[in-house]
Design a protein around this ligand. Structure first.
Ligand code: PDD
Length: 286
């Protein structure tokens, strides 16, 4: 129970414990909805505009009308942050097509459901940054629109459970050609022959806001960057890292019980992480 937490649900702020939606909500019945997660550090949102733009793209991608303008959404996100106790927070926005008697074909004009919640933003410990994360790979069993931030996350939940059962932190999806796509809730990047490589943006990966920031800071510091398909058997892979709003960039030191590179947190990865922290400080100060 979280009596001090406040949620926004369809026009009202209320205690999280009282926050409910209708059982015929299409989010519950069909996973007919999309979501967004934005980080706030001490009152400063990280790349809020990019998250709002992706929220709009996700809505457009599944043909759900945005329940309010992006400016109004920004105000709601700010207010949800302020009404909750966390200085460093993850603000979660979820929009579904709305509630109506269960039928695959939406019946009539529906009012979308909108919820906004705030949770503590967990920071990886220094020890975890130093030791890095353990990953496994799985055959991609997801749908063919991974660029949409859909709430239909069953495959990702299964992937995370498989990773957990194998004492790993994240599962990364491989497509039929063996291309390394992304994790269940992260993007994945590698250092191959000194170049920062990650799968290009298409229907197989989410356009991570953190991925973009990692590529941008790397370029700005003179590191060669290439968005291309890559496989695990490529010679020249020395480092791997994963990126997400909740992790910034984290080194991957073990994949499928095998060391990545020398098995230590990659030097370039840690450099990129540091550049990102500096960039976050710059954005915070701006
Ligand atoms: N997950 N790929 C997938 C499948 C994701 O779910 C996420 C984010 C990312 C990274 O995106 P970003 O850098 O914009 O956070 C990549 C969020 C954090 C979540 O589901 O909680």
């Amino acid at each position: 129970m979280n009596p001090t937490l406040t949620a926004y649900v369809n026009g009202q702020f209320m205690s999280l414990d009282d926050a409910t939606i209708h059982i015929e909500d299409r989010g519950f019945q069909f996973a007919d909805g999309i979501y967004e997660v934005v980080a706030c550090f001490g009152g400063h949102f990280l790349d809020l505009d990019a998250h709002l733009a992706r929220l709009q793209r996700s809505c457009d991608g599944v043909n759900i009308p945005l329940p309010c303008s992006l400016d109004e959404m920004a105000v709601l996100i700010q207010e949800t942050y302020e009404r909750n106790p966390y200085a460093d927070a993850m603000i979660y926005v979820q929009i579904t097509r709305g509630a109506s008697p269960r039928s695959h074909l939406p019946q009539g004009k529906l009012t979308p459901t909108l919820i906004v919640t705030s949770r503590h933003l967990p920071q990886p410990s220094n020890e975890k940054i130093a030791t890095g994360v353990r990953g496994i790979t799985l055959q991609d069993i997801r749908w063919k629109h991974c660029e949409i931030k859909s709430i239909a996350l069953l495959a990702s939940v299964m992937g995370k459970q498989e990773a957990h059962a194998r004492h790993a932190d994240e599962a990364f999806w491989l497509n039929e050609q063996g291309h390394v796509l992304e994790g269940c809730s992260t993007n994945i990047l590698a250092i191959i022959d000194g170049v920062l490589v990650t799968h290009p943006l298409d229907h197989q990966v989410l356009g991570g806001i953190t991925r973009k920031m990692a590529l941008n800071v790397a370029k700005a510091h003179g590191l060669a960057v290439m968005e291309r398909a890559w496989t695990l058997d490529e010679a020249g892979i020395t480092e791997m890292m994963m990126s997400s709003t909740t992790n910034a960039v984290m080194p991957i030191t073990t994949l499928n019980d095998t060391s990545v590179g020398d098995g230590k947190a990659g030097k370039t990865t840690l450099r990129i992480r540091q550049w990102m922290i500096e960039e976050m400080e710059r954005l915070r100060a701006a």
